[in-house]
Design a protein around this ligand. Structure first.
Ligand code: G1P
Length: 293
């Protein structure tokens, strides 16, 4: 069964990026010349997703606009013979169908995802958290989709190994490894456990394939860690009702929701791009020398 729909929650306040996020959605803060949300949407498109739902909040209008056509700008670029830029801008505005829904109150990730019920129309769908940017040859969503296909179209949680002291930043998965040692049948998931309480060091950086049964689970869970409705708790309930898998994906992940992760991604992206590689190399060498790093 083909997974055609992706849900991207973008309602968060982005306090770590204040004061910039006072007036610009944090998702629109760029890494080099593309807003962070651009990378999440491209991951979905490259994985074959056909429709996206943004779960938004007040003041996030520019995210929607970014993915719409801008005739005035396109005309301007065309007239000046800037054909490459013209194509790029046109493609951003026309590559995928995007819907939005407003989450009036931010009561947690689980609460946000519950807004996607109508959009998903009973289909299995993918969730991408835009704060977690993952560079991968095969988009992580696509890696998880193929595991879902392999295991009866069930839910699959994307996981990566993290240092033991970092388990309290993530949803942590426990399960039994299946053949190949990259996929697990999930037993349970714990939201942000302290290192001494974490069952494993397999953490989810915000990539999920979920079946539609998740919406019943979301309706039934009480508030969890931090007084929020946690997607993790709903996934636990789902695992009691149908098989849920976890898969260690291949890719380099950047936590662009934090300043350190953002800086890391900026340097890495510049080094990986042929247009900016030399510039960044020169800058780094200069800084190392000047500040005796
Ligand atoms: C959310 C999830 C958590 C997951 C994380 C990935 O937490 O609740 O399970 O590991 O995203 O970024 P948040 O970072 O929104 O607090």
């Amino acid at each position: 069964m083909k997974i055609r729909k992706a849900v991207i929650p973008v309602a968060g306040k982005g306090t770590r990026f204040l004061p910039a996020s006072k007036e610009i959605p944090k998702e629109m803060i760029p890494i080099i010349n593309k807003p962070m949300i651009h990378y999440a949407v491209m991951e979905a498109i490259e994985a074959g997703i056909e429709e996206i739902l943004f779960i938004t909040s007040e003041g996030k209008g520019s995210i929607e606009h970014y993915f719409k056509r801008n005739n005035k700008l396109e005309k301007f670029l065309k007239e000046r013979g800037k054909d490459d830029l013209f194509e790029q801008i046109k493609t951003i505005g026309s590559s995928i169908e995007i819907q939005t829904i407003r989450q009036d109150e931010q009561l947690g990730l689980g609460h946000a995802i519950s807004y996607a019920e109508e959009f998903t129309t009973g289909e299995t769908f993918c969730v991408i958290l835009g704060d977690d940017l993952i560079l991968a040859e095969t988009p992580v969503c696509a890696q998880l989709m193929s595991i879902s296909n392999q295991y009866n179209n069930n839910a699959v949680i994307g996981v990566m190994e993290v240092a033991n002291q970092d388990t309290d930043k993530y949803g942590i998965v426990d399960g039994i490894f299946l053949e190949g040692k990259k996929t697990l049948k999930m037993k349970k998931m714990v939201e942000k456990p302290s290192p001494d309480k974490a069952p494993t060091n397999l953490a989810t950086p915000g990539r999920y394939i979920l079946t539609n049964k998740i919406f019943d689970c979301l309706r039934e869970i009480p508030r969890g860690v931090g007084g929020e409705y946690q997607l993790t708790d709903a996934i636990n309930l789902l695992a009691e009702r149908q098989d849920v898998y976890a898969h260690i994906f291949i890719g380099d992940r950047f936590d662009t929701g934090s300043i350190k992760g953002y800086l890391n991604a900026t340097v890495e992206f510049a080094l990986r791009n042929s247009e900016t590689r030399d510039m960044m190399e020169e800058i780094i060498k200069d800084k190392v020398e000047r500040y005796k790093l």
